[in-house]
Design a binder for this molecule. Structure first.
Ligand code: INI
Length: 154
């Protein structure tokens, strides 16, 4: 038997978590995620959005939401830019490991749509520029994993 998820968001309850830090970028990631979900058939009413101050807070929000059982897929969006602060490594590292932990302990897929880049230009390239929109990619991953999880649970 082979199990695979698919890019079908019809009927899925999805939560998008968005960090407000670097919101020039994260608003574009949000647009990409919403657009991606719409293309995969998600109903507007089934897609919720919650905002955190920074990427560092995304794991707590993801963990709380995952444990609530209200959503079948979660997308975490943020942008950490190296030049901004010396604590880049802490913020980016905690966001990555915390989101992974939230997913594994909460039992709900949480897609990692957090840009970790050296410059603003690199971020712009990844939120609708020459490297696509990582928000849309994260949406696709979240939906695929939610569908796969439903099959693996049966
Ligand atoms: N948060 C980000 O999302 N991106 C950053 O680049 C960033 N920098 O550079 O500091 C950042 N810091 C804030 C952090 O996420 C927390 O909100 C803050 O430390 C309070 O807990």
């Amino acid at each position: 038997m082979i199990y695979e998820g698919e890019s079908d968001a019809r009927g899925l309850k999805v939560l998008i978590l968005v960090s407000r830090f670097n919101d020039l970028i994260t608003r574009k990631l949000l647009d990409g995620a919403r657009d991606g979900l719409r293309r995969m058939g998600a109903a507007e009413a089934d897609v919720d959005t919650a905002f955190t101050p920074g990427a560092y807070e995304l794991p707590f929000a993801a963990s709380t939401a995952a444990k609530s059982g209200r959503w079948q897929a979660i997308i975490a969006l943020g942008c950490v830019i190296k030049g901004d602060t010396a604590h880049f490594d802490y913020v980016a590292g905690e966001a990555a490991s915390g989101i992974s932990r939230a997913m594994n302990e909460g039992g709900v897929p949480v897609a990692f749509g957090v840009l970790t880049v050296d410059t603003l230009e690199q971020a712009l390239d990844r939120c609708g520029g020459k490297h696509g929109n990582k928000g849309a990619e994260a949406a696709s991953v979240a939906v695929e994993m939610a569908r796969l999880a439903a099959k693996l649970k049966k």
